[in-house]
Design a protein around this ligand. Structure first.
Ligand SMILES: NC(=O)c1ccc[n+]([C@@H]2O[C@H](COP(=O)([O-])OP(=O)(O)OC[C@H]3O[C@@H](n4cnc5c(N)ncnc54)[C@H](O)[C@@H]3O)[C@@H](O)[C@H]2O)c1
Ligand SMILES: O=c1ccn([C@@H]2O[C@H](COP(=O)(O)OP(=O)(O)O[C@H]3O[C@H](CO)[C@@H](O)[C@H](O)[C@H]3O)[C@@H](O)[C@H]2O)c(=O)[nH]1
Length: 351
């Protein structure tokens, strides 16, 4: 459904995994979109695929700007030539292990980049933002499901950047009440657009479960290491709340609509998850069923810093955003496999 007045949205990190899927939905919903991305963890081919997917007419409403949020001038260039109604802020580094080895890179990129963005938004009086937070801010929760008012704690430098950025958002909004900020705490985003033409394409060996399984399925990796088989869970493997990236994309549109409709929103956090916990071994079985491929596994010790079981309470997002995930793990695996099968080397032609 198109919006009656065309609103102009700046999407930082829009060439990335969640960004590309969200941009498709924004364009289809009648928004005009500008992306800023430094292509640190993405490729321009992903944006070209978005254009193909939405067609020539909607593509006219999308512009891509190569730029880095750490350079204020790159952001300024965009705001000085057009007015934005809101910013969806995806840009950031997200590899937990890398953040432990190189915290300065994470603090510089995620914190400095975001502070520059706030400064420029304030200067141009654009004070509406959707921020990519993460379930990582719950650390190892004492009880599940995770509720938005749980105590927050970070387990690693990446998690600390998300926690600090949530606090920064709350402080800015408290000091300047005209800001409207939604913090979206994603659980575990997986899957791909149903067309199979855009999806997740991590550089190097994947850290996350689903891209790893996908690479085993297409023969790029020999077997999956299952980290932990002695957790106190249904089958001994760790439990997470996997969410289809298209549901996540729609969650951003619900958040934008809420921001535009509710001047009293302040700075509010919402979980985006399904509320369902799935174990690593259940996910492997679901992917095998969807792909018809055998995923050889090796049972390994627990990965340090991993929580036993994490899943979302979805009540607040359902009630206040009117948003609920539509897809389950079968659709997540079906679409992930469709993407992998069509693009065994991701956006590259071959390695
Ligand atoms: N994918 C997940 O599992 C997950 C879970 C929770 C939260 N998040 C958060 O969601 C956001 C998007 O994640 P994603 O999975 O799409 O990651 P991604 O790496 O695919 O996308 C992030 C994009 O931001 C760009 N970028 C990074 N630093 C930048 C900078 N300084 N200036 C301009 N562009 C920059 C990258 O090139 C990339 O295209 C991130 O903030 C991430 O921390 C992701
Ligand atoms: O090769 C692998 C990769 C992962 N796992 C396990 O699979 C589960 C999920 O792991 P992963 O996909 O890496 O996700 P999380 O560790 O839950 O973290 C993701 O989800 C968080 C939000 O919940 C984000 O903040 C993080 O950035 C993102 O990496 C965990 O039990 C892992 O130990 C394996 O067994 N083998």
């Amino acid at each position: 459904m198109g919006s009656s007045v065309e609103q102009n949205i700046l999407v930082t990190g829009g060439a990335g995994f969640i960004g590309t899927h969200t941009v498709v939905q924004l364009l289809k919903d009648g928004f005009k979109v500008s992306i800023i991305d430094n292509l640190d963890n993405s490729v321009i081919e992903a944006v070209d695929r978005v254009r193909e997917l939405v067609g020539p007419d909607l593509s006219k409403k999308l512009d891509f700007n190569l730029g880095d949020l750490r350079n204020k001038g790159d952001i300024e260039k965009l705001f000085s030539k057009q007015r934005f109604d809101a910013v969806i802020h995806f840009a950031g580094l997200k590899a937990v292990g890398e953040s432990v080895g190189n915290p300065r890179r994470y603090f510089d990129n995620n914190l400095v980049g975001t502070i520059n963005l706030y400064e420029t938004m304030a200067k141009y009086n654009c004070k509406t933002m959707v921020f990519s937070s993460s379930a990582t801010v719950y650390g190892q929760p004492e009880t599940i499901p995770c509720m938005e008012d749980f105590e927050l704690k970070a387990m690693n430098p990446y998690g600390r950047t998300k926690l600090f950025l949530e606090e920064i958002a709350r402080d800015i909004q408290r000091a300047e009440p005209e800001w409207r900020i939604v913090l979206l705490r994603y659980f575990n985003p997986v899957g791909a657009h149903e067309s199979g033409s855009i999806g997740e394409d991590p550089k190097g060996i994947p850290n996350n479960l689903m891209p790893y399984i996908q690479q085993v399925a297409v023969g790029r990796l020999p077997e999956l290491n299952v980290y932990g088989h002695d957790y106190p869970t249904k089958d001994g493997s760790a439990v997470r709340d996997y969410i289809h990236v298209m549901d996540l994309a729609d969650g951003h549109i619900a958040a934008l609509r809420k921001l535009f409709a509710d001047p009293k929103i302040g700075c509010t956090a919402y979980n985006l998850g399904t509320g369902q916990g799935t174990s690593v071994l259940e996910m492997v079985a679901a992917f095998e069923k969807a792909s018809g491929k055998k995923i050889p596994i090796k049972l390994c010790p627990r990965r340090s810093g991993d929580a036993t079981a994490v899943y979302a309470s979805t009540e607040k997002a359902e009630k206040e955003l009117g948003w609920k995930a539509k897809y389950g793990v079968d659709e997540m695996c079906r679409d992930q496999w469709n993407w992998a099968n069509n693009n065994p080397w991701g956006y590259q032609k071959k390695l």
